[in-house]
Design a protein around this ligand. Structure first.
Ligand SMILES: NC(=O)c1ccc[n+]([C@@H]2O[C@H](COP(=O)([O-])OP(=O)(O)OC[C@H]3O[C@@H](n4cnc5c(N)ncnc54)[C@H](OP(=O)(O)O)[C@@H]3O)[C@@H](O)[C@H]2O)c1
Length: 434
């Protein structure tokens, strides 16, 4: 064995430190798997003195991540800093310009700049790999690019954010309010101190944009993902969902709509309790692919955390070392169709609606009159008693509709929100189907 692969890691946090630990502790394993010795030669982080859980013997510490690329002996840079702009972007671009392969777990970077970075890598015959960027330890990118490559996909649906799934499943099983569970998730390390990216659906949208591009062959475009997070979901919503035989989960969904366009959305959805994704609890992820000729296939597993994410990063390292280098999006970046503009989900779906209204005669009549004008047929109405769910003079109305196109429903909701008796933005969730 004459050659070897020299690696530099930028970012020694949750993921980076575990990747470095594995590479240094299990050198012999990686030599066998990669067919050549893998040498961790340099690392970068902000704090040079922090104990990271692996031996720094023979490894250079660079304060500036760009110095990793300036070294002449680095064959591959593993970017584990994070963020779509700034140092992560500068490092990955300059690594590719300097002839280094790149592995990253950075979904924000790939969703925003993946097209240009993939093109740059392909032009130079280099690898840009990012298995860890979507669904952590579940090999969904490999599955999509390789194992399902012969399929004509019609739909990808996934639980792509473990934080949201943890919060919603604890609300479901322990009857607890959103804020209470969020605080617990932060204490357990499942949610960041600033949880906005997770609970507002942005993290899931980054992952969905990547899956959507690989699955449907469009340039990634985060702006074209319609995003609704879970901040507005209350325990009352969860209880009502359960009353309807459903739970609530944040789903990333992309599918070809009836106009042939690809519509991508991240949103909380009511899922029947017997739906396979409704059974995914805690911080797990799951992704279901539907297409021809396979039919449907679902992958479930740990979507985040040091071990799961490092596992995906290390698989990319081994692939590249073995010479298995393929375009990041499964086809050359130059062949991806241009992003098409935000497509509407024009599929007719049943919907769950929660309105918070003044408890006055005539309110319900005003609401149903607007629904009638929009040709929306109500399936059920439930007004829980004030003592249980409302403060004085203010009550929720829970409705479900028969199948309705979202555009019509949202037009009706805008009118309903303008009624002086409606106290808050209506909460509208679609009721999922298989
Ligand atoms: N954590 C997960 O479960 C998970 C799952 C999937 C994907 N990812 C992705 O993996 C990447 C890393 O996530 P993480 O959770 O490991 O992040 P993290 O724990 O916050 O670690 C970030 C690392 O980057 C270093 N860093 C930040 N700014 C730097 C700079 N200017 N120069 C040099 N180093 C800098 C930090 O240094 P210090 O340690 O010195 O502060 C730290 O070691 C992100 O793209 C994330 O989205 C994470």
């Amino acid at each position: 064995m004459s050659k070897s692969l020299n690696i530099a890691i930028a970012g020694l946090g949750t993921v980076g430190a575990e990747v470095a630990r594995q590479l240094t502790l299990n050198k012999e394993h990686f030599t066998r798997k990669a067919g050549q010795p893998i040498n961790l030669v340099a690392v970068s982080a902000r704090d040079a003195n922090k104990e990271r859980g692996f031996s720094m013997d023979g490894i250079e510490f660079c304060q500036n991540p760009l110095d990793l690329v300036a070294r002449q002996d680095v064959d591959m840079v593993i970017e584990l800093i994070g963020g779509s702009e700034g140092v992560a972007y500068d490092l990955v671009s300059s690594a590719l310009n300097q002839g280094c392969h790149v592995v990253t777990a950075n979904k924000a970077l790939l969703a925003h700049h993946g097209l240009a970075l993939a093109a740059s890598a392909e032009d130079s015959g280099l690898a840009l790999a990012g298995e860890a960027s979507v669904a952590g330890g579940i090999p969904v990118i490999k599955m999509l690019k390789e194992s399902l490559a012969g399929n004509h996909l019609t739909r990808i649906t996934g639980i792509l954010n473990g934080t949201c799934n943890y919060i919603l499943s604890v609300m479901q099983h322990e009857n607890r309010e959103f804020e209470d569970v969020l605080a617990e998730a932060q204490a357990l390390g499942y949610a960041e101190a600033d949880p906005s990216f997770d609970i507002d659906g942005v993290d899931a949208a980054h992952k969905l944009a990547i899956l959507s591009s690989i699955g449907f062959g469009y340039a990634p475009a985060i702006d074209e993902v319609s995003i609704t997070g879970i901040r507005q979901i209350t325990l009352t919503d969860m209880k009502n969902a359960l009353h309807l035989g459903c739970t609530i989960r944040l789903l990333g969904e992309v599918e070809r709509n009836s106009d042939g366009q690809v519509a991508a959305m991240v949103r909380p959805v009511l899922l029947p309790l017997d739906n396979s994704l409704a059974k995914i609890d805690g911080p797990l992820n799951a992704v279901a692919f539907t297409g021809e000729p396979i039919g449907a296939v679902t992958a479930i597993g740990p979507g985040a955390g040091a071990g799961a994410t490092a596992s995906a990063v290390l698989a990319d390292v081994i692939d590249i070392a073995q010479g298995r280098i393929s375009p990041f999006f499964g086809e050359p970046a130059s062949m991806l169709k241009p992003a098409q503009g935000q497509a509407q989900n024009n599929r007719a779906e049943r919907h769950f609606i929660r309105l918070q209204v003044y408890d006055r005669p005539g309110v319900l009549a005003d609401v149903t009159a607007i629904l009638r004008q929009h040709d929306i047929s109500v399936e059920s109405i439930n007004q829980p008693s004030r003592s249980e769910d409302g403060i004085h003079g203010d009550v929720p109305i829970i409705m479900t509709t028969h199948e309705t196109v979202a555009s019509e429903l949202f037009a009706a909701m805008a009118e309903i929100a303008d009624l002086s008796t409606v106290l808050a933005e209506p909460v509208v969730l679609s009721i999922g189907h298989d």
